[in-house]
Design a protein around this ligand. Structure first.
Ligand SMILES: *Cc1c(COP(=O)(O)O)cnc(C)c1O
Length: 355
């Protein structure tokens, strides 16, 4: 233990994000980035800022420009939106505002592992509630007393969704906040925005996945205006910079471009799912830009490793009490063809070894 650091920090494992290789030749299907560039309007907006003397001054702390654009697109009041340096920043702000040391944070499992890191930093207890076999939430919910409950919807790594009806039921049972993490909602059939009539619901969104802006770092939260003003007290004053606010605003304004991107990704996803099923994987129907692939006849870790050696990165994930799987992000059609043809070779070798 390090005497200079709080015990819970010394004791915890830090969050380990998916690998970000330096080599450009890697086919990267491991962290659910968009395979397509962002709207060209993003570069235009950023270039315009750089050409003025705007960088010399501090950014707008509340990101009013972005809030107004997002409010118009989502049909919610601008006062109900908070901006963040990625949606992970929003998740951190909410946690710091709602949960003290010794408090409780709950999330279903298997799901996004950052929630545990947030609990560890806070010195809070972290409780995991298993999803049912068909990826539903238990009802009644076993931990209504938690200060904070995170539900990613659609979920990662499964790509599945729970119904708005069961989310509403959950929110009504909870005495604390329910955060619905909608990082992948643009690929899904419906969003939980209609649940914002409930005073304890917060929805988080990111520009990292569907908008192709993971490198820009921009996310936002939507909730009751009173909750949002409490969250504003917790965030860094200037958590988003001038360039990211301008870029994110241009991106959310270009809904036509977003819809085209989503359509391409959803089409490629259908093809990828079919190929994986033909190769003998159990593929969970996905409302995201990735597919969750499992099988029990051969070990999956060596497949992940062999693909990696060939310059193809997918995400190998294993959860206590559940097992493992490969999470494959939907790339371009060319990337998916390349991935599938190499996977066929790897699988051939693995299946021979097995006999
Ligand atoms: C990617 C992801 C995020 C974080 O997105 P950033 O905006 O890049 O911080 C949050 N939640 C889930 C479930 C994600 O998959």
């Amino acid at each position: 233990m390090n005497a200079l650091i709080r015990d819970n920090i010394s004791a915890m494992n830090g969050y380990v994000p998916g690998e970000q290789p330096k080599e450009v030749k890697v086919v990267k299907l491991n962290t659910n980035e968009s395979p397509y560039p962002p709207s060209p309007k993003v570069a235009e907006a950023i270039t315009k800022i750089v050409a003025t003397d705007r960088l010399r001054k501090y950014p707008d702390p509340l990101g009013s420009e972005f809030r107004h654009s997002a409010a118009r697109v989502l049909n919610v009041p601008a006062e109900n939106i908070i901006i963040g340096n990625g949606s992970d920043d929003i998740l951190t702000i909410i946690t710091r505002a709602a949960v003290g040391e010794g408090g409780t944070i709950v999330s279903p499992t298997p799901s996004y592992i950052l929630y545990k890191t947030l609990a560890d930093i806070q010195g809070a207890n972290f409780v995991q509630v298993p999803f049912s076999n068909s990826w539903e939430l238990p009802d009644p919910w076993p931990h209504p007393e938690a200060q904070l409950t995170f539900v990613p919807n659609p979920n990662s790594p499964s790509g599945t969704v729970v119904s708005l009806k069961s989310l509403r039921k959950l929110a009504q049972q909870l005495t604390g906040l329910l955060v619905i993490d909608e990082a992948y909602v643009d690929f899904a059939k419906e969003s939980a925005l209609s649940l914002l009539d409930l005073p304890n619901v917060v929805i988080t969104r990111t520009m990292s996945k569907s908008y192709g802006l993971a490198g820009l770092r921009f996310g936002f939260g939507i909730a009751d205006g009173e909750l949002i003003s409490q969250f504003q007290k917790v965030k860094d004053s200037y958590n988003c910079d001038v360039l990211s606010i301008a870029g994110a605003t241009a991106a959310i304004e270009d809904q036509q471009y977003l819809q085209r991107t989503i359509q391409s990704i959803n089409q490629t996803k259908i093809r990828l799912s079919k190929e994986m099923i033909e190769l003998g994987f159990d593929v969970t129907p996905s409302e995201t830009n990735f597919v969750w692939c499992r099988r029990s006849d051969i070990p999956l870790k060596p497949i992940y490793e062999e693909l990696k050696a060939l310059g193809i990165l997918v995400r190998y994930m294993r959860y206590d009490g559940y097992g493992d799987g490969l999470r494959v992000s939907v790339g371009t059609d060319e990337e998916i063809d390349y991935f599938v043809s190499h996977l066929k070779h790897v699988m051939g070798r693995e299946l021979v070894q097995q006999r």
